[in-house]
Design a protein around this ligand. Structure first.
Ligand SMILES: Nc1ncnc2c1ncn2[C@@H]1O[C@H](COP(=O)(O)OP(=O)(O)OP(=O)(O)O)[C@@H](O)[C@H]1O
Ligand SMILES: [Mg+2]
Length: 290
């Protein structure tokens, strides 16, 4: 009866979510181990088979750095963004599209799903522009050149709608071009946020390697389980988010601003984190409300 109880607890959620679209960002840190990715894909397939339309966006930071080091290049970051010269851009594209995107699609197939791997380039999903990055040096702010680091200029979700309407699961890598054909490396969190807003998704779900947003970065017991967009804005302003959590915070704010109902930041290394967060009363990560 316990097992049935779990299903019955999930019923109101399933009813509420049926037919809605959800954007799920899988961080590179949330797929380091093979079974982590597989568990996540199974969760996403369960969403799919109860009538939710999932869109997957993935990162891949750790694997890009590993490949660079193997090729004798040293990864460098400024404000959490990878310095991306031409050679690095080639590696980024190889790893994200050729390896990670393909691995995610394969894992869907292995578990009975119909996924389609695309980058932001395909179907003009994302038009990018070069990102201007400011860095504080003492009192002054300097604009620095990070090479082929891009940001979203425009999202055109037509290709996603076509795939979703035909029961495919889109898997998107955060690579896009400008209209001159320059290829850029975009932050996957921000791409996920922009896509969620363009689709007016029901939810944006970010899987990472920490339990969620910590009130105090040094205190693992300070997890915030529910917060409002304004509180998150405040934390960003006060510098309480650092490194990889900054683009996550910004992406969540953009998504909520763009009409997404709720955002969740959860730990992808907890087995079946998505199901625990979405279908049980308690939830496990940080939920951010408009
Ligand atoms: N206030 C905070 N609460 C929780 N984590 C924080 C906070 N500020 C900074 N972080 C850091 O953010 C990291 C998560 O972002 P990170 O970019 O490293 O991973 P990812 O986005 O999941 O993976 P990828 O960048 O490969 O897609 C955590 O490991 C943590 O160290
Ligand atoms: Mg990141």
């Amino acid at each position: 009866m316990d097992d049935v109880g779990i299903l019955i607890e999930a019923l109101p959620y399933i009813k509420d979510f049926h037919g809605s679209c959800m954007v799920i960002k899988i961080g590179g840190h949330a797929m380091i181990k093979e079974n982590m990715l597989e568990d996540t894909i199974k969760d996403i397939l369960l969403l799919y088979f109860v009538g939710i339309k999932p869109v997957v966006v993935h990162g891949g930071g750790p694997e890009i750095s590993e490949k660079m080091e193997k090729l004798g290049l040293k990864p460098r970051f400024v404000n959490g963004l990878r310095v991306t010269d031409k050679e690095t851009m080639e590696i980024v594209e190889m790893v994200l599209d050729g390896k990670i995107n393909s691995k995610i699609v394969t894992t869907f197939i292995k578990n009975g799903g119909k996924a389609v791997g695309i980058s932001g380039k395909d179907g003009l999903l994302v038009i990018a522009r070069k990102k201007k990055v400011k860095k504080k040096e003492g009192e002054k702010e300097k604009i620095i050149d990070l090479g082929f680091v891009g940001e979203t200029e425009f999202v055109n979700p037509d290709i996603l709608r076509i795939l979703l309407d035909n029961d495919f699961i889109p898997v998107v890598s955060p690579i896009a071009t400008d209209l001159e054909g320059n290829t850029y490396n975009l932050n996957a969190d921000l791409v996920a946020g922009d896509i969620a807003a363009a689709l007016k998704a029901k939810k944006l779900i970010m899987l990472t390697d920490v339990d969620g947003i910590l009130e105090d970065l040094n205190d693992p017991n300070s997890l915030i389980s529910t917060m409002k967009a304004n509180d998150l804005k405040d934390m960003l302003k006060k510098g309480k988010l650092q490194g990889g959590m900054i683009p996550k915070g910004e992406a969540v704010l953009k998504a909520l601003d763009g009409g997404v109902e709720k955002a969740h930041i959860i730990n992808g290394s907890i087995p079946h984190a998505i199901l625990l967060e979405l279908f049980t009363k308690k939830g496990i990560g940080t939920m951010i409300l408009r």
